[in-house]
Design a protein around this ligand. Structure first.
Ligand code: FAD
Ligand code: 2HG
Ligand code: ZN
Length: 475
């Protein structure tokens, strides 16, 4: 199809379609949409389109397709891999889903919620809670990240160990396809074997196959008994042994099992107001365990005390603090949740969002930490994250006093160093944050051959002109 509209006409056409609230062109308004949370990229765009419903999204995509203009979908713009940031060419339109923010339906008997793409994750959680249910997806950016964004990245977060990734929490989707067609797949069925599971193609596609405009989400019974403990543990192996103890006692109760290093907790205490160590002495390794049950008489506190006592006896747990109230539980969680922000304030850091089989997490942390400090003397490994899923953020903080730019210039050496060990342990170079722009050059090496060829064929079938979030995911 030839490009029919010159740039100025496209922006005018968008204005006619969406009205003044629906298009941003003033550089000050557009600027927040052109860079990413980590500050790795700064792109350019003709305009930011802000449609208000799925029909308007379809019309925007159609106009852009007619003009041959790339579209970069954006939700809360919290991507860790530059997925929602346009390139520097300035030709694309950023398509913000922020105004599609309605919860269309919520059914506590079906245990489903139909939410539009721009609904903020925290708002979806709150809506479920108000109906006496739980929407369990939980991550540090939940006050900003959107339903469209968490589905498009197949986000994991803190509760994957119990409820699965975003993919497992989705029953149906509504999607605007690259030609501007609207596919309504908002079925709220537990069983629906009717050919290819099209909806799953768009989950984790990072906006490269179409625009998610709404989703049917699964809800769960709300927890009526909970227990949260913050523990100092003797080693990485002791942390894993503690996970096994809790899982063997009652797997269904383990809602989160998070590992933190002494370095990471130290940074959170140093940089984040109100974060304090709840134990008598600092340690080299910590875990946060969160238990929850819909049974009010589950006795989770007693269970936690019993398991921790056994683990102390075995020398695995050195000290532990059990929350006495919801406020205390939140305070313990803040130590973990503030890790990304604390690392940001400490200076430059390189993130490695990797996964290995759960059994190999301790070895992975130890080997990576040793290899990284040998690679860049004085650098500080800050491993933390979702140990129960085998997903550790094997991050590296710059040496104190080093020029941040010089440290970041080594980013790819650092990622290669971690990835070589992760590969040796049968892991993945991208566990939950996705590929975005940051990791496209790793795809050939890790997913090349039949797998990447199939991905390219799918992309070509749905988006033959390559206008959906170009330069992301596929090399
Ligand atoms: P954006 O950043 O706007 O977009 C992400 C990607 O999806 C981009 O490729 C974008 O083009 C695409 N996209 C967005 N909306 C749509 C749509 N409607 N249709 C099609 N494509 C779309 N991730 C985890 O998995 N686990 C964590 O624990 C976690 N913690 C985080 C903590 C912090 C402090 C931050 C800043 C990020 C964290 N993340 C985490 C990263 C994570 O990817 C995002 O928070 C979330 O999944 C992205 O949602 P968003 O709405 O901000 O999407
Ligand atoms: C988390 O688990 C996020 O907090 C962010 O996935 C991880 O900052 C990071 O590396
Ligand atoms: Zn994470």
């Amino acid at each position: 199809m030839p490009d029919a509209l010159p740039a100025a006409s496209l922006v005018e056409a968008l204005h006619r379609l969406l009205g003044p609230r629906g298009v941003l062109t003033d550089p000050a308004d557009v600027a927040p949409h052109l860079s990413d949370w980590r500050g790795l990229y700064r792109g350019a765009a003709q305009a930011v389109a802000r449609p208000a419903d799925a029909a308007e999204v379809a019309a925007v995509v159609r106009l852009c397709a007619e003009a041959g203009v790339p579209v970069v979908p954006q939700g809360g713009n919290t991507s860790m891999v530059g997925g929602a940031t346009p390139d520097e060419a300035g030709r694309c339109v950023v398509l913000s889903l922020a105004r599609l923010n309605r919860i269309r339906d919520l059914d506590p008997l079906d245990m489903t919620m139909t939410a539009e793409a721009g609904v903020v994750l925290k708002a979806a959680q709150d809506a479920a809670a108000a109906a006496g249910c739980l929407f369990p997806l939980s991550l540090g950016a939940e006050g900003t990240a959107t339903i469209g964004g968490v589905l498009s990245t197949n986000a994991g977060g803190n509760t994957t160990v119990r409820y699965g990734n975003a993919r497992e929490l989705m029953l149906g989707l509504e999607v605007v396809l690259p030609d501007g067609g609207l596919w309504n797949g908002l079925r709220r069925l537990r069983k629906d074997n009717t050919g290819y599971a099209l909806r799953h193609l768009f989950v984790g596609a990072e906006g490269t196959l179409g625009i998610v405009t709404a989703a049917v989400l699964r809800m769960f019974p709300r927890p009526r008994d909970t227990a949260v403990a913050f523990c100092a543990v003797a080693s990485e192996d002791a942390a894993l042994a503690l996970f096994r103890r809790f899982r063997d006692r009652d797997e269904s109760a383990v809602r989160a099992f998070e590992y933190m290093s002494g370095a990471g907790v130290g940074l959170a205490v140093r940089h984040i107001e109100g974060v304090t160590l709840p134990l008598a002495a600092p340690a080299a390794h910590y875990v946060l365990v969160d238990l929850a049950s819909s049974r009010p008489d589950a006795g989770l506190r007693d269970m936690a005390e019993a398991v921790l006592a056994e683990a102390m006896e075995a020398g695995e747990v050195l000290d532990a603090a059990l929350a006495e109230s919801e406020a205390q539980a939140q305070k313990l969680w803040r130590i973990r949740e503030e890790h990304p922000e604390a690392q940001k304030r400490e200076g430059a850091s390189v993130k490695n969002d990797v996964s290995v089989p759960v059994s190999r997490v301790p070895e992975m942390i130890r080997r990576c930490a040793a290899a990284l400090t040998a690679l860049i003397p004085g650098s500080r490994p800050v491993p933390f994250g979702h140990m129960g899923d085998g997903n550790i953020h094997m991050n590296l903080a710059q040496p104190e006093g080093m020029d941040p730019a010089a440290f970041l210039a080594r980013s790819h050496d650092i990622m290669d160093c971690v990835n070589a060990i992760v590969r040796d342990l049968d892991g993945s170079f991208s566990a939950e944050h996705g590929i975005g722009r940051l990791k496209t050059d790793m795809m050939e090496d890790w997913r090349g051959g039949a797998e990447l060829a199939a991905m390219r064929a799918i992309k070509a079938a749905l988006d033959p002109r390559g206008l959906m979030n170009p330069g992301k995911v596929l090399p």
